[in-house]
Ligand binder design. Structure first.
Ligand SMILES: [Zn+2]
Length: 349
């Protein structure tokens, strides 16, 4: 397209470019082009001025708007994302701060008016990214709050290396800690003349994961195997009658009731016991060093009546953390003992 024709079209399309005579509008397209060709040089002066003036005006208006925004609303120039964060946090029922700072403050997100709330909710729905940011911020803040609450406690933060009762691995992969009092340390064992349970039981139906003859039992911590019943002989009905006659009392009978066992010495008076095993893992023997998480055996029901009466109906791991002559949870309620085990496993502070 010839340059002169482009200029002509541009000029006739612009309100500033209309000829003062008015001929541009009333004339036919053909005559307008002719007029443009003929008066090309002269027309440049007028419109150019207008362009310059218009540009100045537009620039001035834009600058004015920018100044008003900058001076009139310090807070609202902050990204809307922050507001949306407040809404998202508020809907989750947790008072949260509205800034990016992780310092907890007394500020609580105030409920907006219904209309404002609706508008903010719409904003929120439009921005998944904002919601994710809000959740991350909430997590950060909660961690800070947790830290500060802990910091107010007189107890120093627990260092696993300095506390022999911390840093244990749950001995069955994926298992949770039972909430059944009967499975917990210090649970009453009336049949033992008010004896108590000295460990923690992992049953499939109470421990969140499959537990059967083939499930791997893991060393809860690095240590040295101090007992591995490699030559274990299963109990018989005659043994069970002997236990019954003794009212299930006495250390030797209690030991027989724990069936096939592995014990691991972790030093500093701490020993873990793994009882009722159906088998002991290859390579595990007295004197062998094991690493935390190493497979040491497999669950069963050895030492229990079910092993000959109803095989497969009482498969579980009985696990103890021994402390010198005593055991973790001794003298506590089962619930308190459970908490101590949660701490030992790093599942509670
Ligand atoms: Zn038990």
């Amino acid at each position: 397209m010839p340059r002169s024709r482009r200029k002509a079209i541009r000029r006739s399309a612009s309100p500033w470019g209309q000829p003062r005579s008015g001929r541009g509008l009333s004339a036919s397209r053909g005559s307008a082009r002719r007029s443009a060709y003929g008066r090309n040089d002269g027309w440049l002066v007028g419109p150019t001025w207008l362009y310059v003036v218009a540009a100045i005006v537009i620039f001035a208006v834009a600058a004015a708007v920018a100044v008003v925004q900058a001076t009139g609303s310090d807070d609202s120039t902050e990204p809307a994302v922050v507001q949306e964060s407040v809404v998202a946090q508020g809907e989750q029922g947790q008072p949260q701060q509205s800034s990016g700072s992780v310092e907890p403050t007394d500020e609580v997100a105030q409920p907006a008016s219904p209309v404002e709330a609706q508008q903010q909710t719409q904003h929120e729905e439009q921005s998944e990214a904002a919601l994710e940011q809000a959740e991350q911020q909430e997590t950060d803040v909660q961690e800070t709050l947790d830290y500060e609450q802990t910091d107010e406690q007189p107890a120093a933060p627990v260092d696993e290396a300095d506390n022999p009762l911390r840093g244990f691995l749950v001995p069955i992969r994926g298992a949770c800690i039972t909430e059944f009092a009967n499975h917990l340390p210090s649970a009453n064992r009336e049949y033992r003349n008010d004896g108590v349970h000295e460990g923690l039981d992992f049953y499939q139906w109470a421990s969140c994961t499959s537990i059967n003859y083939g499930t791997e039992i893991l060393a809860a911590k690095a240590g040295v195997v101090v007992r591995a019943d490699l030559d274990y002989v299963e109990i018989t009905p005659v043994d069970w009658q002997r236990f019954s006659d003794a009212n299930w009392e006495g250390e030797s009978i209690l030991d027989e009731l724990r069936g096939r066992q592995v014990w691991i010495d972790h030093g500093r008076g701490i020993v873990t016991r793994y009882a009722h095993l159906s088998a002991i893992a290859d390579g595990i023997a007295e004197g062998v060093e094991v690493q935390r998480g190493q497979v040491i055996g497999y669950p069963g029901e050895s030492g229990q009546q079910e092993v000959y009466a109803n095989p497969g109906t009482d498969i579980h791991l009985h696990f103890e953390i021994r402390i010198g002559a005593g055991w973790l949870g001794q003298g506590e309620t089962p619930e308190a003992a459970r908490q101590l085990y949660l701490q030992a496993f790093g599942l509670a502070d």
